[in-house]
Design a protein around this ligand. Structure first.
Ligand code: PNS
Length: 167
């Protein structure tokens, strides 16, 4: 499908950290939209491993597409999408277990901003088991996460957990 050049899409998430599953979705989303904004949630309630700035820097370093930009947001996603002129929210679905929450979020976002459509892409099959949470657990216990996160992220995880172990 040729990219819809006037279409602005938002791909929101925690991205703590970005995985190859996210990267696959960004690459595919960038083919659908004229502009794709990867929006990192500055979530103060969760305790992220990487700061918003670190997460944005990792995404910018590995997701190099001419029509992809990286931003952060606080507050309601629907409001952020509206403020950026986006008409599409892009989310990935890995398994049926993702569906219920995604469905609730899509309906809530539609209630808040009916003009913005949520579009789901199925995760690439080789990435359907990957989550940032699992990646962090494996990396924190010294396991190998090569191939499921970009090499830069793998190095940063190693660095972060080595520092944590030393302190
Ligand atoms: O990567 P994640 O953690 O699955 O992303 C969840 C995210 C950021 C898409 C969701 O938590 C979100 O949109 N948060 C912003 C607050 C908001 O708008 N809440 C109402 C959505 S229904």
């Amino acid at each position: 499908m040729p990219p819809q050049s006037s279409l602005v899409a938002i791909y929101p998430g925690s991205f703590d950290p970005i995985t190859n599953g996210h990267l696959d979705l960004i690459a595919r989303g960038a083919k659908l939209a004229g502009r794709l904004i990867v929006a990192v949630l500055g979530n103060r309630s969760k305790q992220p491993l990487f700061s918003v700035e670190e997460r944005m820097e990792l995404i910018s370093s590995v997701a190099k597409f001419p029509n992809v930009e990286v931003a952060s947001f606080d507050g309601l996603l629907a409001d952020f999408a509206h403020a950026r002129g986006a008409s599409m929210i892009l989310r990935g679905i890995r398994a049926v277990s993702d569906y219920e929450l995604e469905w609730q979020m899509a309906l809530m976002n539609r209630r808040l901003r009916p003009e913005i459509e949520t579009v789901f892409l199925t995760a690439g099959e080789e990435y359907s088991f990957i989550s940032s949470k699992l990646v962090k657990e494996v990396a924190s216990l010294g396991g190998n996460v090569a191939g499921i996160v970009p090499a830069l992220v793998e190095a940063r995880l190693k660095e972060r957990y080595e520092t944590t172990r030393r302190t």
